[in-house]
Ligand binder design. Structure first.
Ligand code: GLP
Length: 218
């Protein structure tokens, strides 16, 4: 289930090919991740100079934070992608508030791209998240706060809560691609893809999806 690529560059190029193909569909709908893993994917997509004018996107998650904070996922996405391609600002969405109206818009997703946390989380669905969960406010685990502290001046500056798309919502996507980079992800990736499907390892639920691809580079 896990396809290993020889370099991070190749990982990003393979996923960029999948995004490029998706953007040729009529009115494509994408779900997009943040984190360090997709940074070169977004760079590659910007370099390809694709047409984003009919595309709608939903980000997987956002901290409970001022949307204009430099470490908000809103700021991240603008910096790495949205301000650099021809997507309409009305067409990209963040879960700033977990409303039913927001959840209702996340339908008929053509492609959902995911990363994976070192504790097996996808988006901010921490261990224990239920398989039918929807967009909601969550408390971040200590491990996630530690892992993400590298982006903040001190660990105390890391938000303790986030809003995340749920596992149930993610699983309704027509196609899912999970990207993982670095040897520190290999163990959890193996547990998630080859072990038991359990809410203790949220990414393991992907084993139940009929169209999922998992790419890894070390
Ligand atoms: C964050 C995000 C996840 C992401 C994960 C891995 O916690 N909420 O969506 O997959 O980090 O990030 P990285 O790519 O930096 O390892």
């Amino acid at each position: 289930m896990i396809k290993t690529l020889s370099t991070y560059k190749e990982l990003c190029s393979v996923v960029a090919d999948i995004v490029e193909h998706t953007l040729t569909l009529p009115k494509p709908k994408l779900v997009l991740p943040t984190g360090s893993t997709p940074i070169s994917l977004y760079k590659e997509l910007v370099n390809r100079d694709l047409d984003w004018s009919t595309t709608t996107t939903f980000n997987l998650d956002e901290y409970v934070i001022n949307p204009n904070h430099p470490q908000s996922y809103n700021s991240f996405m603008k910096k790495h992608l949205f301000d650099r391609v021809n997507i309409y600002p009305d067409n990209y969405h963040f879960p700033f508030r977990p409303t039913e109206a927001y959840e209702d818009k996340i339908k008929e997703i053509d492609l959902c791209i995911l990363g994976i946390g070192t504790n097996g989380h996808i988006a901010f669905n921490e261990p224990g998240s239920t398989i039918d969960s929807r967009t909601r406010v969550v408390d971040l685990s200590e491990q996630t706060i530690r892992d993400n502290s590298r982006f903040f001046p001190t660990i105390d500056d890391v938000p303790k809560q986030a809003i995340t798309m749920g596992l149930g919502t993610i699983m309704e996507s027509k196609k899912i691609v999970l990207m993982a980079n670095g040897e520190h992800k290999l163990n959890i990736l193996n547990v998630a893809m080859n072990g038991e499907v359990t809410e203790d390892v949220p990414a393991s639920i992907l084993q139940n999806h009929k169209n999922v691809k998992v790419y890894y580079s070390d």
